[in-house]
Design a protein around this ligand. Sequence first.
Ligand SMILES: C[S@@+](CC[C@H](N)C(=O)[O-])C[C@H]1O[C@@H](n2cnc3c(N)ncnc32)[C@H](O)[C@@H]1O
Length: 227
Amino acid sequence: MNDRERLLEQSWMINAEAWTKSVRENQIESRKIATDQAILDEINRFDPKRVLDVGCGEGWLVRTLGMQGMEVVGMDGSLELINKAQSAGGGHFVHLNYSDLTKAPSRLGSQFDVIVCNFSLLSEDISTILQSLAPLLSADGVILIQTLHPFSVAQHDRYEDGWREESFTGMGEGYKSSMPWYYRTMGSWLNEVQADGHLKLLHCQEPINPTTGKPLSLLITVTKNTN
Ligand SMILES: C[S@@+](CC[C@H](N)C(=O)[O-])C[C@H]1O[C@@H](n2cnc3c(N)ncnc32)[C@H](O)[C@@H]1O
């Protein structure tokens, strides 16, 4: 793990309180407008029985799906966030970071119909994580990845892969640390999720803000490549 990745993980321990407040008090505009509903609709399209929420944070998605009757496992590298998720209930929670996940993925269980990464793939190497998750899928299982839309950043920055800094401006109060995260262009996302041939693209959506007409996120659905 390099220094940026260490700082990335640490930021979710330091900002756990502020992040939980932002999510639970609906302080993130894009989530209210479109992205929460977009991920729920895409999950429900597959009518899953078992779901794995990778980087589940304080657990809103686990709780929402649990209330719909799904069996949900949430995992996260921030002990502070996993404790908050656990206290609120709704599923089974595991404290694990991605580097330990890649060493022993079966710790999370298997036969998941949907594995969801909702704004939680933030580091440079995501293909190793996705490769470790692929064997945990059921026969027709899918992995859903929702992320910041590449064009929203490109409007005021270079359109090229690289590390950036998130300061959480406009997401609520109380953030004590910024977060390094790895920006990818659209092409880079589409190549990365299919790297090494373990997974193939099923489809790709771009939920938009109906007022501005601008994309709010990129939502990629992949499945096991059986060819
Ligand atoms: C933006 S939050 C999203 C949380 C949740 N998925 C949601 O939709 O509210 C990113 C999450 O990814 C987790 N995360 C980031 N890097 C991680 C890593 N290396 N190992 C485990 N979890 C990680 C963080 O702890 C944090 O909970």
